[in-house]
Ligand binder design. Structure first.
Ligand code: NAD
Length: 442
């Protein structure tokens, strides 16, 4: 956990909503995501020969919107919510990035996540800039009707920034295809006609792409498989531990299982499960469907999230949230490889420790880029009104993930730097190049 305690300026705004204790606690967390993003940037630019002034230009978010809006709850009360939409950079194309619903959301967290989206789209070389959005809300504490109300009002509030050519949201922590459907519908109602390409990660029956739901987790494992091949390691039977059992964690775990790995541990916010012989994933998924929890599954022992991070294993996949591998637990990590399914799960201090200990870290902006790659496919399909088979989506996804892994790996070898720095060098270099080619307006 980070140690920053100074409240950012937006705090006063949020505390007026009456959430002060939770918001203050959350701000400690998110400042760390922002500091992590800035520290990573400052480190990577030392390896780039940027034009004067470009480092300031590239580390600054170009547009930030804070919205505070009322929603009538089911009991008739009016509750105020705070949301954000931030565009970090659009030199390479429209801004792209997910919407997060969580009590940890803050402007600084959204800024960091928007910046990582810019680098992610650049590292896999798709024609987008970076954005992110979020609402300070625990979606589990709302009824379906209230969740729809929050989503529709938030979409209306940030609508001036959205369009298929300008800014395209997608799901992230706490949001899902249904929420994307409400966003798309709200935007379309204001236009008077359907605009499916304004949002990705929608259900397939309203213009979503086959394979989008699974894309991030699949992309994580395509990258891990290629890395194992490149390092000459054996994936069959390799032990895998996954933190987070949401969209990214559950699909990463399932794909690992299908690739012949032994998934020895899994967790969610309530705690984890461990079985040295490997967890029966299809059985566990069925159990979770029936009980909405991992707790009580008979095929594994309970463990804590801290114990999961410290398990000896071949691959550790943090797939929950930021700051999970930090200065206080990095020395306990005994994995051979950390494959970052989440955004920003490793702090810069922890990164140094993992590197010193010879642990290979596949950085988030590469490892979890499968989601935005298939979001890009979804957007292309929506624009063309021509839809692809899932096989085709997966093949194209795999090709991009493998090419991107080798671009990063070759950069790392060529410059004698770690994979994260290499991914950032590649990405920041591409965004700088696009900026130089376009020139500075006016
Ligand atoms: P999700 O809401 O579907 O799942 C999050 C999971 O993490 C849940 O199982 C939750 O219980 C668990 N969790 C939350 N806090 C935890 C904690 N402290 N310890 C352990 N588990 C915890 O979210 P998601 O879409 O799977 O996103 C997870 C991460 O992956 C986020 O960092 C997100 O930004 C990143 N990501 C998501 C996508 C995507 O397509 N959904 C794409 C790229 C990156």
């Amino acid at each position: 956990m980070a140690t920053f305690s100074v409240a950012p300026p937006e705090m006063s705004l949020k505390t007026s909503n009456g959430n002060s204790a939770i918001v203050e606690q959350a701000a400690v967390l998110q400042e760390s995501a922002f500091i992590t993003a800035m520290t990573q940037f400052d480190h990577a630019v030392q390896f780039l020969n940027l034009d004067p002034g470009y480092d300031q230009l590239l580390k600054t978010c170009k547009r930030e919107l804070t919205v505070v809006f009322p929603v009538k709850m089911d009991n008739g009360d009016i509750r105020m919510f705070t949301g954000y939409r931030v565009h970090h950079n659009t030199a390479r194309g429209p801004s792209k990035g997910g919407i997060r619903y969580s009590m940890n959301v803050s402007l600084d967290e959204v800024r960091a996540l928007a910046m990582w989206m810019t680098w992610k789209c650049a590292v896999v070389n798709i024609p987008y800039g970076g954005a992110k959005g979020g609402v300070l809300v625990d979606p589990k504490k709302l009824t379906l009707h209230e969740l729809e109300g929050v989503t529709r009002r938030y979409t209306t509030e940030i609508a001036p920034l959205l369009s298929p050519e300008g800014d395209i949201p997608a799901p992230d922590m706490g949001t899902n295809p249904q929420i994307m459907a409400w966003m798309m519908d709200t935007y379309s109602m204001h236009r008077g006609y359907s605009v499916p390409a304004v949002v990705t990660g929608k259900p397939v029956n309203i213009g979503g792409s086959a394979g989008r739901l699974e894309a991030t987790g699949r992309g994580v494992m395509y990258t891990v498989r290629e890395a194992f091949k490149t390092y000459g390691w054996k994936l069959d039977g390799a032990s895998v531990a996954v933190q987070g059992f949401g969209n990214v964690g559950s699909i990463s775990a399932m794909t690992a299982y299908e690739m012949g790995c032994k998934v020895i541990a899994l967790s969610d916010v309530e705690g984890g499960l461990y079985n040295a012989k490997g967890i029966d994933l299809p059985k566990l998924r069925q159990f979770r469907k029936e009980h909405s929890s991992l707790k009580g599954f008979s095929g594994a022992e309970p463990i804590t999230n801290a114990e999961l991070i410290a398990l000896p294993c071949d691959v550790l996949i943090p797939a929950a949230m930021e700051d999970q591998i930090n200065h206080s637990n990095a020395r306990t990590v005994r994995a051979r490889m950390v494959a970052e399914g989440a955004n920003g799960p490793t702090t810069p201090d922890a990164d140094r420790i993992l590197n010193e200990n010879g642990i290979v870290v596949i950085p988030d902006i590469l490892c979890n880029a499968g989601g935005v790659v298939v979001s890009y496919f979804e957007w292309v399909q929506d624009m063309q009104q021509l839809f692809w088979e899932e096989d085709d989506v997966n093949r194209r996804l795999e090709r991009i993930m493998l090419r991107s892994f080798h671009d990063v790996y070759d950069t790392a070898r060529g410059m004698n730097i770690d994979l994260r720095t290499a991914a950032l060098v590649l990405a920041i270099g591409r965004v700088a190049e696009a900026t130089r080619t376009r020139g500075l307006y006016p």
